[in-house]
Structures are given as C-alpha cells and as structure tokens.
Design a protein around this ligand. Structure first.
Ligand code: COA
Ligand code: AMP
Length: 630
C-alpha cells in the first residue's frame, strides 16, 4: 500500500486503523475500543486498556530475546566518553531506580521532576517513573531556577531527580544551586531529591532531603511494572505559550505507545535492531519521543549525544557519530546544519567519514530553509525530509512517510498530513480555504492517539488555547497553506511564540521579565530573523519618565535578568531603548510591523496605527544594531 491508500484507510475507519496499530503493543488489558468521545470535544484513546510504558520500552525486549542488544549508546565528545547499555542492563538500572523511588514513597500518579543533562541516566530516570506509573516532567538544563520553580509549583512533584552538573562547551553548569534556588523559591516543596554526581563537578547534598543516585539504590528490591489505565498521564512537558506561564502538555500513556511505535517504521523507516539517532535534548519533545520512548518501544538502539554540532570538537562530529555507531536514520533541527554549513561550507569534513549506513536525514523543530536542505542533500547524499510537529502532538503531523512510500520532496514543504491528522487551512471565520491560500493551520478533531488530551491543571486554558477559536478543530498556532497536491507549507506562528535554534520560547515571558525592571515603563519583545538560529529575541524598552541612568547599564541589566530568570537558552542579547512603541489606536503594540522593520521587509502600513512616525524612530534605533537594513 502506498501513502494515499494508507491515508484513505485511516480516513475510512480511524478507529480500525489505530486498533490495528495497537496490536504492536503488549497490553495488560487490551483496549476494547480505540476512541472515547464521551466528553467531546475532549477526546481520549484506548481508555479502558491497562498497560505499562516501561514494560513496552524495556522488559518485553528482554523477554523476546533482545536482552543483549544495545539499547542506549552514550557518546559525549564534551567529556570524551563513550559507553553502551544493553536492554538487559537498562532493565536492571531502571528496575533498581524505580525500586528506590518506590521505597521512598513514589507511587502511581505522583509527579517527579527530572532535571538532567544528556546522560543515559536521564532516560533511566524517565523509564523508572514510567515503571511505577509516576508522571515525570523533564525540565531542560538551559532554563534558570525561576523556570524550574514555576514547573515545581505547577506539577507539585513528590521528588526531583537531578544531576550535579551539565556541560556546555568550555563551561560547567552546576545544577545544584539552580535546584536549591528553585526549591527555595517554589511554594511547593518536594519530599526528596536524587542527585547523580558527575565527576566533572560534584555537589553537596542536604541530609535527609538529597540522596545520592547510587546510594539510594543500595540493596533495594527491583520494582515491577505497575499497569496503568490507557488515559493515565505518562508525562507532563512544559512548553511556551503566549503568556509567561508555560503550558503543561499532558501525554496519555496508551496512545503515546501506539502512535510512537507506528512512526518508527512508517516515518523513520527503521526496523527493530537498527540504530536511530535524534540529536536533540531530553528536555524537549524531540528528546522525549525520539531519544527516549519511540526507539526503545520499537526495539531500536538510541544514541544519547552530549555535544554540539560544532565545536565538540569540530563540524565533523555528526559524521563521526553516524559512522561509528552505524546510524540508519538521523533526526535534528535545521539550525544544527546551518551551524555546520557556516563552519565547513564545502562539506570538506564529511570526506573523512563513511556515512553510507545512513538512509535519511529528518529535520524538524523550526522552518527548514531551502539553502540548508539543499546543502545537506548535496553533502550527505541522502534524502532530507522536513517534518512538522509540536510538543502538543508528540509526533509528526506532516511528514514524508518514507517507510510506507517515499514521496517526492518539495523543498520548503514538510510534505503531507500523516494518517490521524485531517489538516486544514482556515480563514478568520473558520471556513476551509482553497489550495494555495494562506490561513491558520487547524486539525479537525479528534486529534490522533498520543496527542495532548488536556493541559496539566488547566482544562479551561486547554480549551481556550486550542479548541475555542475554530469549533471542531485544534488550532495549531501556525499559519500556512496546502498546495494542489496536498503538500503543506508552514509559514509563521500566529501567536507570540518564537523559535530560537529550534527552541520554542515565549516573547510574552521575556516581556514579563523586562517589565519587572524598575526603570522600564513599557516594553515589547519580538523575534527577528537570524541566519544561524532562525530567530533571535529582540527587546524594546521605554524608560520611565525622569530616568537618566545610562542606557548601556539598563540594557546590560535587562539582558542579565532574562538570562537569570528564563535561562541562557533564551539567547536574549539584543535590546533597543526607544522613546515610544508603535501602537494601534486602541493601544495594541504592533509587534508584527516591528518584525518587518527589523528584518528590512516590505510591509503594509497598519490602518489602525496611532502615529506612523514612531516606525521611523524604531528603524533609527535598530540600524546601529545592524538591523533594519543597516
Ligand atoms: N544547559 C545550560 N545551558 C545551555 C544548555 C543546557 N542544556 N543548552 C544551551 N545552553 C546555553 C548555551 O551554552 C548558550 O549559552 P551562552 O549564551 O553562554 O553562549 C545559550 O544557552 C544559547 O544556546 P544555543 O541557542 O544552543 O546556542 P549556541 O550558540 O550554544 O549553539 C547551535 C548554537 C546551533 C550549535 C545549537 O543551538 C544547536 O546545536 N542547536 C541544535 C538544535 C536542537 O538540538 N534543538 C532541539 C530541538 S530539535
Ligand atoms: P515545539 O513544540 O518546540 O516542537 O515547537 C513547535 C513549533 O515549531 C511548531 O508549531 C512550528 O511553529 C515550529 N516547527 C516545528 N517543526 C517545523 C517545521 N518542520 N517547519 C516549520 N516550523 C516548524
């Protein structure tokens, strides 16, 4: 069957399609039906099943004779370490850590925050939670203590599992001060923490609160897998929305297993036993789905890479990892390739390696610009597949289903909607638009298994953010179009979310930090185009009347407070001090127009603008910073 047949089969019988895919999962109690629409427009999948994620990702492979197969390859050019862990070893490690957590009182439904860098223990921690039916929430290491505290208060975890440090090129990032600071600031206090001491930087433990990763597992009885209901949350992953408060995306257990397992062959075209590598971080959805869960559920070998595309030690690192570990399918963000291309424009370094094991490169997380795709195709000599998805969905909405049928690539398009997704372009009134017309990208409800059923502790926000604008549809927050062949094109976000080096960030959250500065009266943050990172945040601040402190001091202070409050990952380094912000007559800041000015793009003067002269002031402020056509 080709793609169109598979898509049509899903359209004709969505429940039958997913019940068929569900056969690949080992159930404690198999689902009697796929979709639960009792609370439409809120949907669930496989509600009456009972299942365990860790069993499907680990135990069953050992039971089925894959115990000696490598489950996790750890490759860390930053620490100059390489190691491997078989499925049998992963089972022991996971059952022991789960045993230790259980002995400290962690049970099904408890939340556990995981704050760890790219080490195999991060996956062990995730799986140990899944083993107990505890709900993990991984927090990216590049976030500051405040962001961790916000997540602690929202998820109210019983425990936090952390490492003593992360490692950035040329810099150790001690996690313990961030962890202690976050716990101190949070209203909710976890009962205990488990800390993995890394030799690059160890930390002091607080007696009776902090436990050493190894010591806590001494002599414990390994834990068995706890069956959970199909709709039990597997994890919460916080992502940026329009406001400063992150959204806790809930991942349902059964649908997650079924959908992710299906994608490994259909989209990534790997068979059990093949090596799959996603160069991302466990703190992001790509890391959840494609470093940890999907490859393991499907019986693949996954690579945990602690390094960067360049500088660890050079722009040949990706090629080395692919060759050395026999990687079949490789997944990363376009920004990583832009970085390599900038360092090694002719792709000279790849000549030192044999990457003939690789079948395809998959790009996602941000728009894949044509230059980058063409360069990657030329240098790597494999198909390059752009695919589009979100934290909310957990797997591909639109992609090239290479394991079903590799469709012709149209550069600039992530290809076509996957089974499970009825993607439509809607106008402002919610009417479907003609091929080629630009509009809001929406998905007809219900979303497929594995996608978010709700937001943690925030059902109303879930409905308001995703379901209210277009009744009967999920609003993706992206705008774009579908061409006459059904190929989708993603053009822009429709909200205040920006994408910096494949990292999803909220300009609203940064504005909250700027606004808190005592000298700042008013502010705006926009995303400007950047050759390497896709977008960069740029702040505009208007100072309070009477403030005569040097602007350079204030700029330095607000940059520091964004770094200290949100984290280095915000990459917030551009600030302009201006007298006024351009607004509509009703007082709405014209951020989209400011983006056009900064990027030196043509724009239509907004009909409702209060005072067009302010746009010239903005342009004048940006030119010395190298923007606005300077
Ligand atoms: N812990 C602590 N700090 C972190 C961090 C982490 N896990 N990850 C990033 N940071 C820091 C960086 O050190 C940097 O700090 P600096 O301002 O002191 O230099 C800052 O956050 C910004 O990081 P980043 O945006 O990653 O920029 P970079 O200049 O360090 O690297 C790239 C640029 C392109 C090499 C890098 O962004 C990259 O490899 N991107 C791949 C994209 C990716 O994996 N996306 C995930 C979604 S698929
Ligand atoms: P995240 O939730 O961090 O994965 O970010 C999801 C958002 O990143 C999407 O809503 C898009 O705005 C953007 N995005 C992800 N993949 C792509 C892609 N292939 N092309 C264009 N934008 C993308």
């Amino acid at each position: 069957m080709g793609y169109r047949d598979v898509y049509a089969a899903w359209q004709n019988d969505p429940e039958g399609f997913w019940m068929e895919q569900a056969k690949a999962i080992d159930w404690v109690t198999p689902p009697s039906r796929a979709l639960n629409d009792a609370n439409a427009p809120l949907y669930e999948w496989f509600t009456d099943s009972r299942v365990n994620t860790c069993y499907n990702a680990v135990d069953r492979h050992v039971a089925n004779g894959r115990g000696d197969q490598v489950a996790i390859i750890y490759d860390s050019p930053i620490t100059d370490t390489k190691s491997q862990m078989t499925y049998a070893e992963l089972l022991d490690e996971t059952a022991n850590l789960a045993g230790a957590l259980r002995d400290k009182g962690v049970t099904k439904g408890d939340r556990v925050i995981i704050y760890m860098p790219m080490v195999p223990e991060a996956l062990v921690a995730m799986l140990a939670c899944a083993r107990l039916g505890a709900i993990h929430s991984v927090v990216f290491g590049g976030f500051a203590a405040h962001e961790l505290a916000v997540r602690i208060d929202d998820a109210t975890p019983k425990a936090i599992i952390a490492a003593s440090c992360g490692l950035e090129p040329g810099r150790i990032v001690p996690y313990k001060p961030l962890l202690d600071g976050a716990i101190e600031h949070a209203r909710h206090k976890p009962e205990f923490t488990v800390v993995l001491q890394r030799q690059q930087h160890t930390c002091d433990l607080i007696p009776n609160r902090d436990y050493d990763w190894h010591a806590i597992q001494d002599g414990v009885t390994p834990a068995e897998c706890v069956p959970v209901e199909g709709n039990h949350p597997a994890y919460i992953l916080y992502t940026s929305g329009t406001t400063g408060a992150p959204k806790g995306v809930v991942r349902p257990t059964a649908g997650h297993l079924v959908a992710l397992n299906w994608t490994m062959k259909a989209i990534y075209n790997v068979d059990p036993g093949d090596v799959f590598w996603a160069a991302s971080d466990v703190g992001w959805v790509v890391g959840h789905s494609y470093i940890c869960y999907a490859p393991l559920i499907h019986g693949n070998t996954t690579v945990v890479f602690e390094g960067k595309p360049i500088g660890t030690p050079d722009a040949g690192t990706f090629w080395r990892v692919i060759q050395e570990h026999n990687v079949r399918s490789f997944f990363t963000a376009p920004t990583a390739f832009r970085a390599i291309k900038r360092e090694d424009p002719k792709g000279e370094m790849i000549k030192d390696y044999d990457i003939s094991c690789l079948r395809a490169l998959y790009l996602a997380g941000e728009r894949a610009d044509p230059d980058t795709i063409e360069w990657a195709q030329k240098v790597m000599n494999v198909p390059v597949y752009d695919h589009w998805w979100q934290t909310e969905t957990g797997f591909t909405i639109a992609g090239n289903p290479a394991g079903i049928e590799a469709l012709p690539v149209k550069i600039g398009s992530p290809t076509v909607a996957m089974p499970g997704y009825d993607v439509q372009i809607l106008d402002e009134a919610g009417h479907p638009m003609k091929p080629g017309a630009l509009g809001a990208i929406a998905i007809k409800l219900p979303l497929p298994p594995g996608t978010l059923p709700t937001l943690w502790n925030a059902q109303d926000r879930f409905i308001k953010s995703y379901l209210a604008t277009f009744p009967g549809y999920y609003e993706t927050g992206d705008a774009g179009m579908i061409d006459a062949d059904g190929y989708l094109y993603i053009m822009a976000r429709t909200d205040d979310v920006i994408n910096v080096a494949g990292h999803r960030l909220s300009t609203g959250a940064m504005e909250e930090v700027l606004a808190a500065h005592p000298d700042v009266g008013e502010c705006a943050v926009i995303g400007v185009t950047d050759e390497l990172k896709g977008q960069l945040p740029m702040g505009f601040v208007c100072l309070n009347n009477g403030c005569n402190r040097p602007h350079t001091d204030i700029v330095k202070e607000v940059i520091k407070s964004v770094r200290d409050t949100i984290g280095p990952v915000a990459a917030f380094k551009l600030v302009a001090v201006v007298d006024r912000l351009p607004k509509t007559r009703s007082g709405k800041i014209l951020r989209a127009t400011m983006v056009k000015i900064a990027d030196d793009q043509p724009f239509k003067m907004p009909a409702t603008i209060d005072d067009p002269a302010i746009l010239d002031e903005i342009r004048d402020a940006l030119k010395p910073m190298g923007y606005a056509g300077a």
